[in-house]
Design a protein around this ligand. Sequence first.
Ligand SMILES: Cc1ncc(COP(=O)(O)O)c(C=O)c1O
Length: 417
Amino acid sequence: MDYSSFGNKLGRFSGITQLMDDLNEGLTNPDAIMLGGGNPARIPEMQDHFDKLNQRLLESGALTKAMMNYDGPQGKDSFISSLATLLRDTYGWPITEKNISLSNGSQSAFFNLFNLLAGEFDDGRSKKILLPLAPEYIGYADSGLANNMFTSVKPTIEQLPNRRFKYHVDFDALRIDDSIGAICVSRPTNPTGNVLTDSEISQLDTLAREHDIPLIIDNAYGVPFPDIIFEPVTPFWNDNTILCMSLSKLGLPGVRCGIVIANEAITTALTNITGVLNLAPSSIGPLLGNALIEEQQLLELSSTVIKPYYQAKALKVSQWLLNAIDDERFQIHKPEGAIFLWLWFDELPISANELYQRLKKRGVLIVPGEHFFIGIDDPNWPHQRQCVRMNYVQDEDDIQRGIAIIAEEVQRAYAEG
Ligand SMILES: Cc1ncc(COP(=O)(O)O)c(C=O)c1O
């Protein structure tokens, strides 16, 4: 079959497809230890709350009504309106209904945003999305219609006590010119759990304004919901910021609800794109989101149930890892948020990809780090082949069994070197 350029680019197997395939394999193979994908934890208190909420929405007829109607292309009005009020009241941001558009998951919002702001332009110019700190979210990597749509910058590495480290943006290495269409960061970062400091965000904002390009902040794990962030940082938005949020990590990935908070021009463009691609975003997530806001539980559950749950797990699982792999060459990125731990095996004689294959054969699924260094392939920088991402929120017995196997394989690999 002869495919178009679009077909060749998007129809081929990609890192994100591998990840979602593995996730599905884990769901169908009861023996697999799934430390790879981005499924959030099934927190009993959240599940209980969603059950009761669904029951109430079913009994009132609201659920069936939502399923039987298309919303407008911007997304469900009631949710957009209650969210605008919530953000205005919580942070004092000057947000109205004209600043919010919804999507079928934030993944599809990123696809639309990246291709809106970068790629080929009518006047012959081409632009890229700058990821100022690699490693960065694997889901961006194949989201460009044009080839090579991302450029990224290696981080500086701060060494911390107790075999911890933290990445920082290397502002000295950051080059912005008119070939850059937007800057994009996830905060907290998937895969590393890094949280960009207030100062880093403020510097990126200044750079974006100076070059008249937007700063996209991927807030899939951030504040005010789902609040999987363990550092006291200031939430950030202004009319040059595009803040992307999601209901997924609240525990609702299946409803596919993404939220983009941006200036009116960007909101209008995204709304028009949704009309073409989807007619309208799904109604179910916004219905639940609106109900959670009305009963004042969205922020309450985030800060009192979700955040403490993840924070306690991140600490516990990183300690298990450090105990199991007692080797100075093994370090963990300081867990500051998100649902992953980022493991660095310095001087590892095999690539992270080879380690992934060996672990997969033994039924343990993690994600090799190479995928996350989007736009960088530097043979002189071994770090990008020495890291793996693991999800720390699955069943604790599975995690412990998985860690024991990871420890064995890593020690075997070091012994080979
Ligand atoms: C950083 C980040 N951004 C965006 C997404 C996309 O999430 P969704 O499409 O479920 O909103 C994810 C999913 O794991 C993520 O980790």
